[in-house]
Design a protein around this ligand. Structure first.
Ligand SMILES: [Zn+2]
Length: 329
């Protein structure tokens, strides 16, 4: 494990502003990223991914196509800035920054041209806007930390390196870390990344038993995190926390395994959103990866400044939500 940042110990009195003057609790957000997960494989059997099926039933979800994908990922000279590979670098950059590759600049896994100083991740934006917010990220893909996709302003960045430790083991440690934060800490916004399904997809394809097994493992990891959030309700002073849970992916996979190109199987991505007030089992209209960042900021009460140049839209603005009732994660 690489604990990239020292533990942040809040000063006495910090965070005393929980519960605003009008009695409305500040929202908290968990974003779970599943690398290279095809929605059709994720949803084909409730027995294979029971937690995700439960989250879909309790919340809202939808799919969309990435607006990029270089044919075969083999274009001479690589993709232009407006045409990225359907790869992890561009995908997670879009999720975290709220802009497409033409702005964040990442068109492939070489991260050449990344402009995270102008388009930082949503956790960094949240902290900049509200320095008291507690942010944390736990990931198994080292590039997200080493390339600065997750910026140094984030309160905690923990890396369990999947390339070094194996993604199955690294993902489990990522889940351990995030579950610990959610159980014993008081984070406001958490980003978690799991990489084993993508690794299995590359090795044996997304139609393989190994891919199914990876999905099942990630489903169990997600279940631990949702249980941790659910158990917070029974803790003193936390019963009325308003948690928003988002689950997404960065790209799909060819039936034979692999991605980077422009087929539907590679370009289709999904967003699942569950929170109190969202009607269960409903559909989101073509949610895009760039919609996650503004949605997270919205739930954290951070207004999006037009000067930031974010290209995404808030999914289900709080004002559009129905009566707040507890979601049984
Ligand atoms: Zn990926």
């Amino acid at each position: 494990m690489t604990d990239v940042d020292p533990p942040v110990r809040p000063a006495p009195g910090e965070h005393a502003e929980e519960g605003t003057a009008d009695g409305v609790k500040r929202g908290k957000v968990l974003v779970v990223g599943l690398d290279g997960v095809r929605f059709d494989r994720l949803t084909r059997s409730p027995f294979r991914t029971p937690v995700l099926h439960g989250l879909i039933a309790a919340g809202t979800h939808g799919t969309s196509l990435l607006p990029y994908g270089e044919v075969d990922g083999q274009a001479e000279g690589g993709p232009s800035t407006s045409m990225a590979y359907t790869d992890s670098g561009p995908g997670w950059s879009s999720v975290l920054t709220g802009v497409w590759p033409d702005r964040h600049g990442v068109t492939g896994n070489d991260f050449t041209g990344a402009d995270y100083s102008r388009y930082p991740d949503f956790l960094s934006r949240a902290v900049a806007a509200r320095p008291g917010l507690r942010t944390a990220a736990a990931v198994s893909w080292a590039e997200l930390v080493h390339r600065g996709t997750l910026g140094p302003a984030i309160g905690r960045r923990v890396l369990h390196d999947g390339e070094a430790e194996g993604y199955e083991a690294a993902d489990r440690l990522v889940a351990d870390t995030a579950a610990h934060w959610l159980t014993h800490g008081d984070p406001d916004a958490v980003f978690v990344y799991f990489g084993a399904a993508d690794e299995a997809g590359h090795a044996t394809g997304p139609l393989s038993p190994a891919y199914d097994n990876a999905l099942l493992a990630q489903d169990a990891h997600l279940g631990r995190l949702l249980d941790a959030i659910g158990s917070r309700r029974s803790q003193p002073g936390r019963a009325d926390e308003h948690w928003t849970v988002l689950v997404t992916t960065d790209h799909g996979h060819l039936d034979t395994g692999g991605h980077g190109g422009d087929t539907r199987a590679e370009r289709e991505v999904f967003v699942i959103l569950a929170e109190p007030g969202v009607p269960g089992g409903t559909l989101l209209d073509t949610p895009r990866l760039i919609d996650l960042a503004p949605t997270v900021l919205d739930r954290l009460g951070v207004p999006v400044d037009p000067a930031w140049g974010l290209q995404g839209s808030v999914l289900l603005r709080s004002a559009q939500l129905g009566p707040v009732t507890a979601v049984d994660f």
